[in-house]
Design a protein around this ligand. Sequence first.
Ligand code: NAP
Length: 284
Amino acid sequence: MKVLVTGVAGQLGHDVTELLESRGVPCRGVDLADFDLTDGAAVKAWVQDYAPDVIVHCAAYTNVDRAESEPEICAAVNGMGTMNMVRAALSVNAKMVYISTDYVFPGTGEKPWEPEDEYGPQNVYGMSKVQGENAVRSLMTRFFILRTSWVFGLNGRNFVRTMLRLGAEKPEVRVVADQIGSPTYTRDLAALIAEMIGTEKYGIYHTRNEGFVSWADFARMIMEKAGLPCRVIPVPTSEYPTAARRPLNSRLNADKLKDAGFRPLPSVEDALDRYLAELKAAGV
Ligand SMILES: NC(=O)c1ccc[n+]([C@@H]2O[C@H](COP(=O)([O-])OP(=O)(O)OC[C@H]3O[C@@H](n4cnc5c(N)ncnc54)[C@H](OP(=O)(O)O)[C@@H]3O)[C@@H](O)[C@H]2O)c1
């Protein structure tokens, strides 16, 4: 099995590539420096040259707030770019993993979203990820769509690192307490992906670390575990305006994963412990 991983310079792509390499799986991680997803000819040429059996498509336009002022670029990368990847995958008969997000849902209510629930994106980024999903679903049969949320990994910026920085600088931070979801550690998601690609259990799955928290709960957990004496003041979303509207309900129901025989990801707390140890070991 030969695997092509996009987004190797980002959080998830980095960990997927590293894990596959450590297991001796023939694998190549690529990013913008290799080719631009929006260049269909370049995508096809690259994929046909490498001829992977599996494509793990992690690359994306991920700046949710900037997307509001750059909707065309965001759609080109996440929508058309994914379509380019799908066409290229079909041309070499590769199966595909597409990483998506809870932002494809409207974020209403309190019930965890099921994989079959209807789309209702509330921002430009969410809409572009729906386009990406549709490109995969409409043309492929051998695909996994993995919707995840609140991703954190060693190779990039994320909420945990922001909290560690603020916690070291300030006596208190104000953090949104009415958006509820699950953080997801890239190493845990990478392990699931590595397992999944060896199967034919295609479909749409929800995957995140176990447990639902608010951003404020998560911030408190980070400060506590990192030993930072920074107070977390819970605030409503209305007090923390951002360019892109954020869903209040980011809860994803991950039961389908278990039903299909995959192990659920470890708890949020366990993931955070291991991530903080990873940062320490890396001298971050
Ligand atoms: N981060 C989250 O909280 C979150 C939540 C749910 C789902 N997801 C999804 O999970 C996946 C991985 O997220 P992540 O946080 O690992 O992303 P990330 O760290 O932002 O990495 C994405 C990578 O894609 C590259 N890229 C952007 N535009 C490209 C283009 N036109 N052609 C080729 N490469 C391009 C980026 O390069 P540049 O940095 O140079 O632009 C970056 O290296 C994405 O599909 C994302 O939508 C993320």
